[in-house]
Design a protein around this ligand. Structure first.
Ligand code: ZN
Ligand code: ZN
Length: 286
Protein backbone atom coordinates (compact mmCIF):
# COMPACT_ATOMS: atom_id res chain seq x y z
CA UNK A 1 0.00 0.00 0.00
CA UNK A 2 0.96 3.61 -0.44
CA UNK A 3 -0.77 6.66 1.01
CA UNK A 4 -0.64 9.77 -1.17
CA UNK A 5 -1.64 13.11 0.35
CA UNK A 6 -3.67 14.96 -2.23
CA UNK A 7 -4.37 17.87 0.09
CA UNK A 8 -3.00 18.54 3.58
CA UNK A 9 -5.07 21.66 4.27
CA UNK A 10 -8.20 22.06 6.33
CA UNK A 11 -11.34 24.11 5.86
CA UNK A 12 -9.32 27.07 4.56
CA UNK A 13 -6.58 26.49 2.02
CA UNK A 14 -3.07 27.91 2.18
CA UNK A 15 -2.61 30.40 0.60
CA UNK A 16 -5.89 31.97 1.62
CA UNK A 17 -7.14 34.41 -1.02
CA UNK A 18 -6.09 38.02 -0.25
CA UNK A 19 -4.05 37.01 2.84
CA UNK A 20 -0.59 38.58 3.03
CA UNK A 21 0.75 36.60 6.00
CA UNK A 22 4.24 35.12 5.71
CA UNK A 23 3.03 31.56 5.16
CA UNK A 24 0.51 32.53 2.49
CA UNK A 25 3.12 34.63 0.65
CA UNK A 26 5.56 31.72 0.80
CA UNK A 27 2.88 29.35 -0.49
CA UNK A 28 2.12 31.67 -3.40
CA UNK A 29 5.78 31.89 -4.36
CA UNK A 30 6.87 28.34 -3.57
CA UNK A 31 6.27 24.75 -4.61
CA UNK A 32 3.22 22.52 -4.10
CA UNK A 33 4.73 21.50 -0.75
CA UNK A 34 4.39 25.01 0.66
CA UNK A 35 0.70 25.27 -0.23
CA UNK A 36 -2.12 23.23 1.30
CA UNK A 37 -5.21 22.37 -0.71
CA UNK A 38 -8.31 20.82 0.87
CA UNK A 39 -8.29 17.51 2.78
CA UNK A 40 -8.03 14.38 0.65
CA UNK A 41 -5.87 11.25 0.51
CA UNK A 42 -5.57 8.32 -1.88
CA UNK A 43 -4.63 4.80 -0.82
CA UNK A 44 -2.79 2.95 -3.58
CA UNK A 45 -3.49 -0.79 -3.45
CA UNK A 46 -7.20 -0.68 -2.81
CA UNK A 47 -7.13 2.44 -5.02
CA UNK A 48 -9.37 4.21 -2.57
CA UNK A 49 -10.05 7.95 -2.64
CA UNK A 50 -11.01 9.52 0.68
CA UNK A 51 -12.98 12.79 0.42
CA UNK A 52 -13.31 15.29 -2.41
CA UNK A 53 -12.51 18.92 -1.49
CA UNK A 54 -13.13 21.73 -4.01
CA UNK A 55 -9.66 21.34 -5.52
CA UNK A 56 -9.89 17.58 -6.13
CA UNK A 57 -9.53 17.87 -9.94
CA UNK A 58 -6.29 19.83 -9.54
CA UNK A 59 -5.10 17.32 -6.94
CA UNK A 60 -5.86 14.30 -9.15
CA UNK A 61 -4.14 15.90 -12.14
CA UNK A 62 -0.88 16.43 -10.23
CA UNK A 63 -1.02 13.01 -8.49
CA UNK A 64 0.42 9.64 -9.47
CA UNK A 65 -3.07 8.07 -9.49
CA UNK A 66 -4.05 6.10 -12.58
CA UNK A 67 -7.40 4.72 -11.50
CA UNK A 68 -9.92 5.22 -8.68
CA UNK A 69 -11.64 1.97 -7.72
CA UNK A 70 -13.66 3.33 -4.80
CA UNK A 71 -14.36 6.48 -2.86
CA UNK A 72 -15.43 6.97 0.75
CA UNK A 73 -16.51 10.09 2.58
CA UNK A 74 -15.41 10.79 6.15
CA UNK A 75 -18.30 13.22 6.77
CA UNK A 76 -20.53 15.79 5.12
CA UNK A 77 -18.64 19.01 5.89
CA UNK A 78 -18.05 21.15 2.79
CA UNK A 79 -14.25 21.06 2.96
CA UNK A 80 -14.54 17.26 2.45
CA UNK A 81 -17.39 17.12 -0.07
CA UNK A 82 -17.48 20.31 -2.14
CA UNK A 83 -15.58 18.68 -5.02
CA UNK A 84 -18.29 16.05 -5.54
CA UNK A 85 -18.77 17.17 -9.16
CA UNK A 86 -15.43 15.54 -10.00
CA UNK A 87 -17.30 12.33 -10.87
CA UNK A 88 -18.85 14.08 -13.85
CA UNK A 89 -15.46 13.32 -15.44
CA UNK A 90 -16.88 9.78 -15.86
CA UNK A 91 -19.33 10.95 -18.52
CA UNK A 92 -18.69 10.16 -22.15
CA UNK A 93 -19.72 13.39 -23.85
CA UNK A 94 -18.73 12.32 -27.35
CA UNK A 95 -19.39 8.63 -28.07
CA UNK A 96 -22.75 7.23 -29.17
CA UNK A 97 -23.93 5.17 -27.45
CA UNK A 98 -22.02 6.84 -24.58
CA UNK A 99 -19.56 4.67 -22.72
CA UNK A 100 -19.59 6.26 -19.27
CA UNK A 101 -17.22 5.16 -16.55
CA UNK A 102 -18.62 4.57 -13.08
CA UNK A 103 -17.05 5.14 -9.64
CA UNK A 104 -18.06 3.02 -6.68
CA UNK A 105 -18.92 5.26 -3.70
CA UNK A 106 -19.23 3.76 -0.23
CA UNK A 107 -21.25 5.71 2.35
CA UNK A 108 -21.81 4.55 5.90
CA UNK A 109 -25.44 4.57 7.00
CA UNK A 110 -24.74 7.59 9.18
CA UNK A 111 -22.93 9.53 6.45
CA UNK A 112 -25.79 8.75 4.06
CA UNK A 113 -28.32 10.13 6.56
CA UNK A 114 -26.31 13.34 6.97
CA UNK A 115 -25.99 13.60 3.16
CA UNK A 116 -29.81 13.61 3.14
CA UNK A 117 -29.86 16.41 5.72
CA UNK A 118 -27.14 18.80 4.59
CA UNK A 119 -26.01 20.75 1.50
CA UNK A 120 -28.22 18.77 -0.89
CA UNK A 121 -25.51 16.09 -1.00
CA UNK A 122 -27.82 13.08 -1.31
CA UNK A 123 -29.79 14.70 -4.11
CA UNK A 124 -26.59 15.45 -5.99
CA UNK A 125 -25.23 11.91 -5.66
CA UNK A 126 -28.60 10.49 -6.74
CA UNK A 127 -28.33 12.70 -9.82
CA UNK A 128 -24.86 11.30 -10.59
CA UNK A 129 -26.15 7.76 -10.01
CA UNK A 130 -29.14 8.30 -12.31
CA UNK A 131 -26.68 9.31 -15.03
CA UNK A 132 -24.72 6.09 -14.39
CA UNK A 133 -21.56 7.97 -13.26
CA UNK A 134 -21.41 6.58 -9.71
CA UNK A 135 -22.72 3.52 -7.95
CA UNK A 136 -23.59 4.11 -4.29
CA UNK A 137 -23.22 1.34 -1.73
CA UNK A 138 -24.49 1.91 1.79
CA UNK A 139 -22.31 0.11 4.34
CA UNK A 140 -22.84 -0.47 8.05
CA UNK A 141 -21.31 2.09 10.42
CA UNK A 142 -18.78 -0.35 11.83
CA UNK A 143 -18.69 -3.37 9.53
CA UNK A 144 -15.87 -4.01 7.08
CA UNK A 145 -16.27 -4.12 3.32
CA UNK A 146 -13.86 -5.29 0.64
CA UNK A 147 -12.22 -3.35 -2.18
CA UNK A 148 -9.61 -4.99 -4.45
CA UNK A 149 -9.02 -7.62 -1.74
CA UNK A 150 -8.39 -4.98 0.95
CA UNK A 151 -10.56 -4.87 4.04
CA UNK A 152 -11.87 -1.41 4.86
CA UNK A 153 -13.60 -0.84 8.21
CA UNK A 154 -15.35 2.43 9.09
CA UNK A 155 -14.46 3.74 12.55
CA UNK A 156 -17.16 6.00 14.00
CA UNK A 157 -15.78 9.01 15.83
CA UNK A 158 -17.13 10.39 19.11
CA UNK A 159 -18.67 13.13 16.95
CA UNK A 160 -20.76 10.38 15.42
CA UNK A 161 -21.41 12.02 12.04
CA UNK A 162 -17.76 11.47 11.18
CA UNK A 163 -15.69 8.38 10.38
CA UNK A 164 -12.12 7.23 10.16
CA UNK A 165 -11.18 4.05 8.31
CA UNK A 166 -8.87 1.14 8.95
CA UNK A 167 -7.50 -0.38 5.76
CA UNK A 168 -5.89 -3.81 5.86
CA UNK A 169 -4.23 -5.90 3.16
CA UNK A 170 -0.94 -7.52 2.21
CA UNK A 171 -0.02 -7.88 5.90
CA UNK A 172 -0.27 -4.13 6.44
CA UNK A 173 -2.75 -2.09 8.44
CA UNK A 174 -3.33 1.63 8.42
CA UNK A 175 -5.72 3.98 10.19
CA UNK A 176 -6.88 7.16 8.45
CA UNK A 177 -8.87 9.83 10.29
CA UNK A 178 -9.39 12.90 8.12
CA UNK A 179 -11.00 15.23 10.69
CA UNK A 180 -13.34 15.48 13.71
CA UNK A 181 -11.13 13.48 16.04
CA UNK A 182 -12.33 15.50 19.06
CA UNK A 183 -12.95 13.48 22.26
CA UNK A 184 -12.52 10.16 20.43
CA UNK A 185 -11.10 7.34 22.51
CA UNK A 186 -10.00 4.27 20.54
CA UNK A 187 -11.75 1.04 21.51
CA UNK A 188 -9.69 -1.88 22.78
CA UNK A 189 -9.24 -3.51 19.38
CA UNK A 190 -7.99 -0.32 17.73
CA UNK A 191 -5.93 0.67 20.78
CA UNK A 192 -4.15 -2.69 20.69
CA UNK A 193 -3.56 -2.79 16.94
CA UNK A 194 -0.03 -2.08 15.77
CA UNK A 195 -0.66 0.08 12.70
CA UNK A 196 1.95 0.51 10.00
CA UNK A 197 0.74 4.07 9.53
CA UNK A 198 -1.73 6.33 11.35
CA UNK A 199 -3.01 9.47 9.62
CA UNK A 200 -4.68 12.03 11.91
CA UNK A 201 -5.75 15.69 11.87
CA UNK A 202 -3.22 18.08 13.43
CA UNK A 203 -5.79 20.06 15.42
CA UNK A 204 -5.73 23.80 16.00
CA UNK A 205 -2.28 25.00 17.05
CA UNK A 206 -3.56 27.25 19.83
CA UNK A 207 -0.03 28.31 20.79
CA UNK A 208 2.81 27.28 18.49
CA UNK A 209 5.28 25.39 20.74
CA UNK A 210 8.21 26.20 18.41
CA UNK A 211 7.98 30.00 18.31
CA UNK A 212 5.52 30.68 21.16
CA UNK A 213 3.10 32.48 18.84
CA UNK A 214 -0.54 32.42 19.99
CA UNK A 215 -2.76 31.74 16.96
CA UNK A 216 -6.18 31.81 18.68
CA UNK A 217 -7.57 33.96 21.47
CA UNK A 218 -7.72 31.71 24.57
CA UNK A 219 -11.41 32.55 25.05
CA UNK A 220 -12.38 31.85 21.45
CA UNK A 221 -15.22 29.28 21.28
CA UNK A 222 -13.41 27.39 18.48
CA UNK A 223 -11.22 25.87 21.20
CA UNK A 224 -14.30 24.26 22.77
CA UNK A 225 -15.60 22.50 19.68
CA UNK A 226 -12.50 22.04 17.52
CA UNK A 227 -9.66 19.64 18.16
CA UNK A 228 -6.39 21.14 19.39
CA UNK A 229 -2.80 19.97 18.86
CA UNK A 230 -2.53 18.95 22.51
CA UNK A 231 -5.59 16.72 22.11
CA UNK A 232 -4.07 15.10 19.02
CA UNK A 233 -0.89 14.43 21.01
CA UNK A 234 -3.03 12.70 23.67
CA UNK A 235 -4.67 10.56 20.97
CA UNK A 236 -1.28 9.55 19.53
CA UNK A 237 -0.31 8.32 22.99
CA UNK A 238 -3.38 6.04 22.98
CA UNK A 239 -2.48 4.41 19.64
CA UNK A 240 0.24 2.04 18.46
CA UNK A 241 1.77 2.95 15.15
CA UNK A 242 5.13 2.66 13.40
CA UNK A 243 4.58 6.12 12.03
CA UNK A 244 2.06 8.95 12.50
CA UNK A 245 1.29 11.65 9.94
CA UNK A 246 -0.63 14.74 11.01
CA UNK A 247 -2.54 16.69 8.42
CA UNK A 248 -5.74 18.78 7.91
CA UNK A 249 -3.56 21.82 8.68
CA UNK A 250 -5.46 25.10 8.79
CA UNK A 251 -4.15 28.32 7.28
CA UNK A 252 -4.63 30.10 10.63
CA UNK A 253 -1.99 27.82 12.18
CA UNK A 254 0.72 29.33 9.98
CA UNK A 255 2.48 26.01 9.30
CA UNK A 256 4.93 26.28 6.41
CA UNK A 257 6.65 23.12 5.17
CA UNK A 258 9.72 23.82 7.34
CA UNK A 259 7.59 24.70 10.39
CA UNK A 260 5.82 21.38 9.77
CA UNK A 261 9.15 19.56 10.12
CA UNK A 262 9.82 21.29 13.44
CA UNK A 263 6.33 20.56 14.75
CA UNK A 264 6.77 16.92 13.72
CA UNK A 265 9.94 16.69 15.83
CA UNK A 266 8.12 18.36 18.74
CA UNK A 267 5.24 15.84 18.53
CA UNK A 268 7.75 12.97 18.35
CA UNK A 269 9.44 14.22 21.54
CA UNK A 270 6.11 14.65 23.32
CA UNK A 271 4.83 11.17 22.43
CA UNK A 272 7.99 9.07 22.06
CA UNK A 273 6.66 7.99 18.65
CA UNK A 274 7.62 8.77 15.08
CA UNK A 275 5.45 11.72 14.05
CA UNK A 276 5.63 13.85 10.91
CA UNK A 277 3.43 16.58 9.53
CA UNK A 278 1.91 15.99 6.13
CA UNK A 279 2.27 18.14 3.06
CA UNK A 280 0.59 18.13 -0.34
CA UNK A 281 1.94 15.49 -2.78
CA UNK A 282 3.69 13.44 -0.06
CA UNK A 283 3.64 9.73 -0.85
CA UNK A 284 4.21 7.29 2.04
CA UNK A 285 5.25 3.75 1.29
CA UNK A 286 3.65 1.39 3.76
ZN1 ZN B 1 -12.34 19.34 7.63
ZN1 ZN C 1 -2.32 33.66 5.47
Amino acid sequence: MKLEILGSGGAITTPKPFCNCTVCELARAGSAQDARLGPSVFIHGPNLLIDTPEEISIQLNRSSIEQIDGCVYSHWHPDHTAGKRVFEMNKDWIGLPPENRKTQIFLTEKVESTFQQFLGLKGYFDFLASDGLVDISIVKNSEPFLLNGYRITPVQMKLDFSFGFTIEGGNKKILVVMDELKAWVPNEVIGNTEFDLVYLPLGIVEVNPINGKRNVDPKHPILQYELTLNETIDTIKMLKGKKFILSHIEELDGVSCSMGQQLGRYCSEQTGKKVELGYDTLICDI
